[in-house]
Ligand binder design. Structure first.
Ligand code: SF4
Length: 347
């Protein structure tokens, strides 16, 4: 039944799509979903779908990864992290090489680690976009309430809008005309958060992760483009509201300030990251331990930066599928379960 609907939408897209068009998705889960469901093969050749900087692990710069690895080398610390950071290669090692690195599934588990290990300093690696920053914010607030003082966060959070702006503004040859907007991020931020896209004369549609939802979204974007209209709408209404999750947004507002942030392969983007507010500075690992985060070059020849900027696709990298595979990754785009190189390799 669903397959029939998808096929029908595929036919309708073929009928209405007359002009060449490039659509970009900006969510790692969409990257995987589009690859897994073979969405590209259901579309006519004039429709190109590219991936943007939607994988949080992939956009974390080498200098931050190296700083986390240096912490893991020090026995005074326990590093709490989501599992997808483990294999990201640093200069000579990765986090998985150190026994004091612990995988967590919920940031609150890092507080339990701190309570169970009072002689150690537990550092939680705060990575991710608007989806995960509320969880980290509420963990910091809980630590503050419980007066847990052997806990802190190495904050590497990024926010989506400035990166989208940069990619669209620097788009000289891809002519991106529509965005498949991230469902998870929008569940927190709400639809209104993405209204800025309209000013760029580009449409955006917030989308779920099933094949049918993605095909419907592509249909909407194509139809709008053919009619020369610009819209920013929500096609994931079961999860996303106009204003988003107000409780989560308040937690982020309470704990974090906006800051400029370095993105892997892209460089410093103004107002694209989060830093811990002075009120919670005792939970900021950078301040607490005087961490020096330096910019480091990406692995030689790795084109993750171009891929994250939607300037290249993975098989344009000379290492793809040869020297670089998921079991032997050179760059983070091949490590992360949401990385574009990993998606291309797997599907
Ligand atoms: Fe980097 Fe590997 Fe992707 Fe090439 S294939 S861009 S080396 S992660």
């Amino acid at each position: 039944m669903i397959k029939d609907k998808i096929k029908q939408i595929s036919e309708e897209i073929k009928q209405i799509s007359k002009k060449d068009i490039c659509l970009m998705e900006v969510c790692g889960t969409h990257t995987m979903s589009i690859a897994r469901h073979g969405i590209r093969s259901l579309l006519p050749s004039n429709i190109r779908i590219i991936s943007g900087p939607g994988c949080p692990v992939c956009v974390t710069p080498s200098g931050e990864i190296e700083t986390a690895i240096n912490l893991a080398k020090d026995d005074r610390f326990i590093i709490a992290t989501f599992g997808d950071m483990l294999k990201v290669p640093g200069k000579s090692a990765s986090l998985q090489d150190y026994k004091n690195v612990k995988i967590i599934y919920n940031p609150l588990e890092s507080l339990k680690l701190a309570e169970d290990n009072p002689l150690k300093q537990v550092v939680l690696l705060g990575i991710g976009f608007e989806t995960t920053s509320p969880l980290i914010a509420s963990t910091i607030k809980t630590a503050h309430k419980m007066s847990i003082n052997n806990f802190s966060v190495f904050c590497m959070h990024k926010t989506v809008p400035s990166a989208i702006n940069l990619i669209i503004d620097s788009d000289k040859d891809r002519n991106i005309s529509g965005l498949i907007l991230p469902g998870h991020v929008s569940a927190i931020t709400g639809r209104r958060y993405f209204d800025f896209i309209k000013d760029k004369k580009i449409s955006g549609v917030i989308c779920g992760f099933e094949a049918l939802e993605i095909m419907q979204t592509i249909y909407i974007l194509i139809r709008t483009f053919e009619l020369n209209e610009t819209i920013v709408i929500n096609n994931y209404k079961t999860v996303v509201s106009e204003e988003g999750n107000l409780t989560a947004k308040k937690a982020v507002f309470d704990v974090f300030d906006m800051c400029d942030s370095e993105w892997r392969g892209i460089g410093l983007i103004k107002d694209s990251g989060l830093k811990i507010k002075a009120k919670y500075k005792e939970y900021d690992a950078v301040i607490k331990f005087g961490l020096k985060v330096v910019s480091l070059p990406d692995p030689a020849g790795c084109r993750c930066g171009d891929i994250l900027m939607a300037k290249a696709i993975p098989n344009e990298c000379k290492y793809f599928g040869k020297e670089c595979t998921p079991s032997n990754p050179i760059g983070p785009c091949m490590v992360s379960s949401e990385g574009t190189c990993a998606a291309f390799y797997k599907y």
